[in-house]
Design a binder for this molecule. Structure first.
Ligand code: ARG
Length: 265
């Protein structure tokens, strides 16, 4: 059941984005009323805190892999090939900021063999490079596939809620494949090699619709950010015993690097 929700999620996010102009006019005060609330259960990020964060016009998130490539989820894109329809917004917490930088896509590379089960990653190539933003290196070993992770995005701040104008962030703990696949959680639906779970058993903090494709990341041994996950799916958002499910970036790191090289880096 939960596995097909990711498709509905992307569709719902796209629909929501169609009306976002209006929504954002209607609730300009959303950054001001940040208690410990909602990503779900998070707070508003500060300008410059996550310079690699990208908002994509189909209603997904992404991360700057290089000056011309955005790493996102396969379920956010329609396939591999020339694609000039996506707009990426870079460098801002506030999507309406006059200092935002935008780029059109010129090519999309979706994970080969993607069929809705695992392999949920894709690269979007920008029509021209951006400069001045730190990129987010991907984890190339499983060394960082544990601990506490940061999640961020402009997706819903509560299950069923609207897209956000201001980037939100939260932290969530690693959940082992064994726990995530247990009968009280996803009961065998997790593809252990491809996917990594994160969240609290009690719920309350999670990514949600519209955060898909965005990064889950942590600090490495040198205190630099490293990407360990890509927002993929979940049963609802922030529900008890339903952690967020993320693409396990380390498992795909060499494939992603090869694809990136083939796209010109
Ligand atoms: N599939 C959703 C999207 O397209 C992301 C869902 C993440 N859900 C979660 N509970 N962590 O935006």
């Amino acid at each position: 059941m939960a596995r097909w929700r990711r498709f509905l999620g992307a569709a719902a996010a796209a629909l929501t984005v169609a009306s976002m102009g209006t929504l954002m006019q209607a609730s300009p005060a959303s950054a001001a009323d940040d208690g410990p609330q909602q990503v779900v259960g998070g707070t508003t990020a500060t300008q410059g805190e996550f310079p690699f964060m990208v908002r994509l016009s189909m209603g997904c998130g992404g991360a700057l892999y290089s000056s011309t490539l955005v790493l996102t989820a396969a379920h956010c894109v329609s396939g591999t090939g020339t694609n000039t329809s996506i707009t990426a917004t870079i460098g801002v917490v506030d999507l309406q900021s006059s200092s935002r930088v935008t780029r059109k896509s010129n090519y999309v590379y979706r994970a080969p063999g993607y069929n809705g089960n695992g392999k949920d990653w894709a690269l979007i190539r920008l029509a021209s490079p951006v400069t001045g933003y730190a990129t987010l290196p991907i984890a190339t070993t499983t060394a960082y596939d544990t601990g506490t992770f940061t999640i961020a995005g402009w997706g819903a701040a509560s299950e069923g809620g609207g897209q956000q104008r201001y980037l939100r962030k939260a932290t969530v703990p690693f959940v082992s494949d064994a726990t995530c696949n247990s009968s009280s959680m996803y009961n065998g639906q997790i593809i252990a090699s491809n996917e990594i779970c994160a969240g609290y058993a009690a719920g309350g903090v999670d990514t949600c619709q519209g955060d898909s494709g965005g990064p889950m990341f942590r600090r490495n041994a040198s205190n630099a950010w490293v990407q360990v996950g890509i927002v993929s799916w979940g049963d609802g958002c922030a529900r008890p015993n339903k952690p967020g499910v993320y693409t396990q970036v380390s498992f795909f790191a060499s494939t992603i690097a090869s694809a990136a090289a083939s796209l010109g880096g």
